[in-house]
Design a binder for this molecule. Structure first.
Ligand SMILES: NC(=O)c1ccc[n+]([C@@H]2O[C@H](COP(=O)([O-])OP(=O)(O)OC[C@H]3O[C@@H](n4cnc5c(N)ncnc54)[C@H](OP(=O)(O)O)[C@@H]3O)[C@@H](O)[C@H]2O)c1
Length: 247
C-alpha cells in the first residue's frame, strides 16, 4: 500500500519504521520540513516529504500529530484521494494541549476530528504508549501479544486499519464506531494498559464515560509531578499507573 504519515514524532516514527519494514511504500512529513526527519526513519525505507505532499497519491493517510494541531490539517489533505482511508492516532489531554470547548461539552474526540478534517477517520494506535508500541510487538499467535483497539464508522476503513495494526505487531480488536471510541481514550480501562485480545474487550465494555475526564487528569498530574520532563517517564510506569487508576 502507499501510506502517508503526517507526524514523525514518537508514534509516527515507529509507524514509519514498522510499516516500511512490512513492505509498504511509506512517506512521512512533519511541520518543519523533510530535512528534519530522523535518519533512522529514512534508513528503514520511508521517504521524507513536505507536509503539503504527504496526502498526495496514497491509499492510507495516518495522522499522528497533537490534537491541538488538527484544525490546520484540512488544507493539507485537499489532495487526498477520495477513496483513501484516514487513520488517526491522537488523544485529548486538555491539561497538556489546551481545552477544546466541543470536547468539554461531551463530543467524542474522534468525531470532532472527522469534523475538523471534513472526512471520516478510523481511530487506531492511540491506546498504546510509544514505548510499548516500539518495543512490544510480537508475532501473531504469541500468547503475550498486546491488543490495540480500532474504531471506525465504515467497515472498509476499519478493516484497513485493523490489518495495518496487525502488521505492526499487535492484535487488532474491533472497538465499534467512532461514537464508541471514548472507550479507548485516556481515562478508560483499555487505554495504554497493554492488555491482550482476551482482556481488552472487557476493558472497553467496563469504561465509564462520566469518570474518564477526572481519571485522565489525575494520571497526567501524577506523571507530571513525578517526571517534570515528560520524556523521562517509562512505558512500564505509565502502564502500571493506568492499570491502577483506570480500572
Ligand atoms: N507518545 C505516546 O505515547 C502516544 C501514544 C499513543 C498516541 N499518541 C498520540 O499520537 C499523536 C502523536 O504523538 P507523539 O507522541 O508521536 O507526538 P510527538 O512526539 O510530539 O510528535 C508530533 C509530531 O507531529 C508533527 N506535527 C505537529 N504539527 C504538525 C503539523 N501541523 N503538520 C505536520 N506535522 C506536525 C511534529 O512535527 P514537528 O516536530 O516538525 O513540529 C512531530 O513530528 C498525538 O496526538 C498523541 O496524543 C501518543
Amino acid at each position: 500500500m502507499k501510506i502517508g504519515i503526517l507526524g514523525a514524532g514518537s508514534i509516527g516514527a515507529t509507524l514509519a519504521r514498522k510499516l516500511s519494514g512490512a513492505g509498504h511504500d511509506v512517506k512521512v512529513a512533519n511541520s518543519r520540513g523533510p530535512e528534519t526527519i530522523s535518519s533512522d526513519i529514512v534508513a528503514a525505507g520511508a521517504r521524507s516529504v513536505e507536509a503539503s505532499s504527504v496526502a498526495t497519491d496514497v491509499d492510507v493517510l495516518i495522522t499522528s500529530i497533537p490534537l491541538s494541531r488538527m484544525p490546520g490539517v484540512k488544507t493539507l489533505i485537499s489532495d487526498l484521494p477520495a477513496d483513501a482511508v484516514i487513520v488517526d492516532t491522537s488523544n485529548y489531554y486538555p491539561l497538556r494541549d489546551g481545552r477544546v470547548e466541543a470536547l468539554e461539552g461531551g463530543m467524542v474526540e474522534s468525531v470532532w476530528i472527522t469534523e475538523q478534517l471534513g472526512r471520516p477517520v478510523a481511530k487506531a494506535w492511540n491506546a498504546i504508549t510509544a514505548g510499548s508500541f516500539e518495543e512490544k510487538g510480537r508475532e501473531a499467535g504469541d500468547a503475550e501479544r498486546i491488543a490495540i483497539p480500532v474504531a471506525a464508522d465504515s467497515d472498509r476503513d476499519k478493516a484497513v486499519a485493523m490489518a495495518l495494526v496487525e502488521e505492526t505487531g499487535f492484535d487488532a480488536v474491533d472497538a465499534g464506531s467512532l461514537a464508541d471510541s471514548w472507550r479507548q481514550q485516556p481515562g478508560a480501562p483499555g487505554y495504554c494498559t497493554d492488555l491482550t485480545r482476551h482482556k481488552l474487550p472487557n476493558a472497553l465494555a467496563a469504561a465509564e464515560k462520566a469518570r474518564i475526564p477526572q481519571r485522565r487528569d489525575i494520571v497526567l498530574e501524577a506523571i507530571t509531578e513525578r517526571f517534570p520532563n515528560y520524556s523521562d517517564v517509562s512505558a512500564e510506569y505509565i502502564v502500571r499507573l493506568n492499570r491502577a487508576i483506570y480500572s
